[in-house]
Write a protein that binds this ligand. Sequence first.
Ligand code: OAD
Ligand code: ZN
Length: 232
Amino acid sequence: MRDIHNILILTGAGISAESGVATFRGPGGLWEGHRVEDVCTPEALERDRAQVHRFYDARREQLAAVEPNAAHRALARLDAEWAGDLLLVTQNVDDLHERAGSKRLLHMHGELKSALCARCEARQPWEAALPPGHICPACGASALRPDIVFFGEMPYRMDVIEQALAKADLFVSIGTSGAVYPAAGFVQTARYHGAATLELNLDPSEGSLWFAESRMGPAGTLVPAWVDELLG
Ligand code: OAD
Ligand code: ZN
């Protein structure tokens, strides 16, 4: 196996589960109480803008009540101490990685604490509720929407992610079901480019067979142990 310099980490809802943020799939998951098509598609935004905004307002408000857990903190420590390249790509729209201290971080599915102008694509930090009709300070259109990548939209920064996948020596997937593409396909791309692959998840993801190694358990336990191992 080649030496490890470049690490690419993908996280999903499972890493925030122990902080009290609901995952999407499974019992008690967010998609259990909502049809994805009602809240997370461009069509839903056209049809019932207020409902979509309310759904994300509720989730933004919840962030004040949750804290990063041991898994977020371990990844922040790895970021601070790892001398080689490292990129943390999260599918999560919460802010727990940055609150834990991660810097080399990219939100591929957007962020709750950001508003996006549907007209000019300007973004701005957003903390409060975001009812429909807010005026974009950049272009004046009343077109601010949650800065969330809906189904059918292209995830953010795919160029940067593809480059990191191509040069990764190690790809690690944490707390994601592997149900949503393109993120679910990252393991195959990383393997194609010769990376070692590791999955840390509560139970086997849909793409589990693609990983050279899988460890099953809660992220709050598995991730700190893995980071200790890596940092020696
Ligand atoms: P899912 O809800 O699909 O999957 C969460 C995964 O985390 C499952 O495989 C669980 O077994 C695992 N899990 C639960 N608790 C865990 C724990 N304590 N430790 C480790 N693993 C745990 O969430 P994602 O895979 O993140 O997209 O979902 C991907 C995308 O689908 C989301 O980004 C979202 C959603 O539609 C958008 O909103 C754009
Ligand atoms: Zn604008």
